[in-house]
Design a protein around this ligand. Structure first.
Ligand code: ZN
Length: 302
């Protein structure tokens, strides 16, 4: 066979490999209502980029990123009203309904109302649980009725780990403390509910990524996302790189899932994808796992 044809064939094979990797599940997306735009979400990110100006612009830009990057499923966490609005406008069946919750009684919720929402399909993933921001941990008694329900109905749980927004403790989340973001603080939950499907969000953050990895080693049912870490600051990009190297070395990459945590900056979705793709020590197959396969397995997608 002439050399040029061989080269051409090799090139086509490469193309098909690249093409096979393009399906993405984003395990960490946020939705908002207009009332959410204010104190909690700062107007500019670390790099001075302005966020979306209102809830509708934000949703449209986020959906556009789904389309551009072939994000076929997204775990959408926000107040229940905003999640329902997104689900109603979700023509391509991408939205997995989550709920953003800091305290168990947010939105006037209790365990009876919570169970009803689960039964009605209004909560498909319980999270993002930002217990950290209310100065609690998932192991605290107040969260247990919800976790029992999640285990009974096989509803996946998504728990924030790591720190929060710099300055948040002085404004909207006065009870937040860095120490509450240590993944080890959810160990009792893993022991008490061995059948619970649960994933860490932000892989323990900058501070605790070794703890996240150790916990994943000890509890083989535990998954993690790497959301926000992929884009938000140079320091998170540094530590998530370390985490991925360590997870690869330790053999736990198959429980690491892509997430963006775009908050009010939809551009962060593209930035997160590009950053993960730029990591040369990960093979195409490992990236494919992080972008899609691991989450598909965790979510039991057909
Ligand atoms: Zn988040």
């Amino acid at each position: 066979m002439p050399k040029t044809i061989l080269v051409l064939l090799a090139f086509c094979f490469q193309c098909s490999l690249v093409r096979a990797q393009t399906k993405i599940i984003d395990m960490h997306i946020h939705s908002y209502s207009d009332a959410d735009f204010g104190e909690r979400e700062p107007t500019t990110d670390y790099y001075g980029m302005k966020g979306a100006s209102n809830a509708e612009v934000h949703r449209v830009e986020t959906f556009a990123a789904f389309k551009k990057w072939n994000i076929v499923k997204a775990m959408v966490s926000g107040n229940p009203q905003s999640v329902e609005e997104w689900a109603a406008k979700d023509d391509d069946n991408q939205v997995i309904r989550g709920i953003l919750i800091f305290s168990p009684d947010d939105y006037g919720l209790d365990s009876i109302k919570f169970e009803q929402m689960v039964k009605d399909g209004k909560i498909e993933v319980f999270g993002e649980i930002g217990a950290y921001y209310s100065g609690t941990t998932l192991s605290d008694p107040i969260w247990q009725p919800y976790l029992r329900i999640c285990e009974r109905y096989d509803v996946p749980v998504a728990v924030h780990t790591g720190g929060g927004d710099p300055g948040g403790t002085y404004s909207w989340s006065p009870k937040a403390r860095l120490i509450k973001g240590d993944p080890y603080l959810i160990e009792d939950v893993l022991v008490k509910y061995p059948k619970l499907r649960i994933y860490l969000m932000h892989n323990g953050g900058e501070e605790w990524h070794e703890h996240a990895l150790r916990l994943m080693a000890y509890y083989p049912q535990l998954y993690t996302d790497i959301a926000v870490m992929l884009w938000v600051e140079p320091n998170t990009q540094r530590t998530v790189t370390e985490f991925l190297m360590n997870a690869k070395h330790a053999g736990y990459l198959d429980r690491v899932m892509f997430g963006s945590d775009q908050m009010v900056w939809p551009y962060a979705i593209e930035k997160s994808i590009n950053f993960l793709n730029s990591l040369d020590f990960l093979t195409a197959k490992e990236k494919e796992g992080i972008f899609y396969d691991n989450a598909a397995r965790f979510l039991k997608l057909k």
